[in-house]
Design a protein around this ligand. Structure first.
Ligand code: 4AD
Ligand code: MG
Length: 428
């Protein structure tokens, strides 16, 4: 029976077997120290001639870095530390080529991205992937506990959801189709059957923007709720964010520390998330010397400047309708404003969620579809949702990679997903 590196702390003095990869080695003459990496983390192995035998010690000394190993030994404590190590009694080395391309020296991001299939093994990258997995799990668990049903939308669609400029087109047996930008429109069909649904899947955006926060393929979690209006939607987002961050902090504290992040940063201060009206956001930005004319969307830099003043996430609410997608419900008293919000992470980070109340009226929607230059013939199904049993409803979408970038304190979004897709890169 093999165990894993994360369990050894609770097994001092016991004989155990482990499997993993040879991540690093230090040869100290009589003793050889090896860092063994497995799916949960890493542990130090100590090999001596007395305990391991000469032949196996020599083999271990010469095994190429990244060789796969099966090892057996006794768990001991590292002198002067609170970690454990394994005193080796037996080693099996699986064949592996020499010359692992990623070494200890600094490599540039382009090289590392080209070697992404190997880079993923490094302790930092593996920690990020474990945090990602926990974050995804936390989103689904929270929504499930709130009575949501997971509702999977198609990835090949005949329509744009978020505007026509960012579509990847494909040839669907001679007809045009597009990779989905968002599951939202389909989830709106789901709520009339299930009331509360969420999608969890890839979203595609053919934006040529080379920023530290955009991917052309990202993963979205998009809840959609019947009977919920815009303000309740924001309150729900607050509970969602608090819950998923708390769950990740609890499950991945060690990985967060490895990434030099204090897990306590995920426990947000008490008190509600502030709701800033769009007009107020403009005034605050002007106070920072960033003058924006009414009707303009905030830039990345504007969001960063604004969010630097907050110690917890906050909303910008009631954007001008021209800043928003076609499907948003206008404010009844001020129809030039949309019942739509962005949630921004604090500390200079920026947008993490967009959400809002969906337009209820079929005629209004049809007019908006025409205004946006969308093909109305492929939207008749969407208008049916208003014609038959329409209810007030709202929802939102959060990018997993955006949230992960905040959680892990990463400079660039490319490290948040196993294989990033950007305008420059569709490999490996
Ligand atoms: O703001 P977006 O475009 O909103 C929608 O797609 C709505 N249909 C969501 C909804 O109401 N169901 O995208 C939602 C979130 C953004 O807030 C951001 O976190 C992330 O998805 N996102 C991206 N992440 C990485 N790369 C990109 N190019 C992204 N575009 C959006
Ligand atoms: Mg948005």
């Amino acid at each position: 029976m093999f165990t894993t590196s994360d369990r050894l702390g609770g097994m001092p003095g016991q004989k155990v077997a482990l499997r993993g990869w040879l991540a690093a080695r230090q040869d100290r003459g009589r003793l050889v120290f090896v860092t063994l990496r497995d799916g949960q983390g890493q542990v130090q192995l100590v090999a001596s001639k007395q305990q391991l035998g000469e032949e196996e010690l020599i083999a271990l000394r010469h095994a190429p870095l990244e060789s796969a190993l099966r090892v057996w030994g006794t768990v001991g404590s590292v002198p002067g530390g609170d970690t454990v190590e394994l005193q080796l009694e037996r080693v099996e080395i699986l064949p592996s080529a020499d010359g692992f391309p990623i070494g200890r020296k600094e490599h540039g991001p382009e090289f590392l991205m080209e070697q992404r299939h190997l880079w993923l093994r490094s302790p930092r990258q593996a920690a990020i992937m474990r945090v990602r997995s926990s974050l995804e799990q936390a989103c689904c668990s929270f929504l499930h506990s709130e009575g949501f049903f997971r509702f999977d939308a198609p990835l090949m669609t005949p329509t744009a959801c978020e505007g026509t400029t960012e579509l990847f087109e494909l040839d669907y047996f001679g007809l045009p189709a597009y990779l989905s930008q968002s599951a939202q429109l389909y989830s709106e069909a789901g709520i009339a059957a299930l009331e509360k649904v969420y999608s969890f899947g890839p979203c595609f955006r053919a934006e040529k923007s080379n920023t530290r926060r955009h991917l052309t393929e990202f993963w979205g979690v998009e809840p959609e709720m019947a009977w919920v209006e815009a303000e309740e939607n924001m309150r729900f987002q607050e509970r969602f964010i608090r819950a998923i961050l708390a769950a990740v902090a609890e499950e991945r504290a060690d990985d967060l520390r490895l990434l030099e992040q204090d897990p306590a940063k995920l426990m947000l201060p008490a008190g509600g998330f502030e709701v800033l009206l769009y007009g107020e956001a403009l005034r605050r930005l002007a106070g920072k010397g960033r003058v924006l004319s009414w009707g303009k969307d905030l830039s990345v830099e504007d969001e960063e400047a604004l969010s630097a003043d907050f110690d917890r996430p906050f909303f910008i609410y009631k954007y001008p309708v021209q800043c928003r997608a076609f499907y948003i419900e206008p404010d009844a008293r001020q129809p030039e404003l949309a019942l739509s919000s962005d949630c921004l992470m604090h500390g200079g980070f920026g947008e993490i969620i967009t959400g809002g109340q969906r337009a209820a009226d079929a005629d209004f929607l049809l007019a908006r579809i025409r205004e946006h230059g969308l093909d109305e013939t492929v939207f008749s199904w969407y208008l049916d949702l208003r014609r038959y049993g329409g209810v007030p409803h709202s929802g939102f979408g959060m990018g997993i990679e955006r949230m992960l970038r905040w959680i892990c304190g990463l400079h660039h979004i490319r490290e948040t997903i196993p294989f990033a897709r950007t305008p420059q890169r569709c490999r490996p």
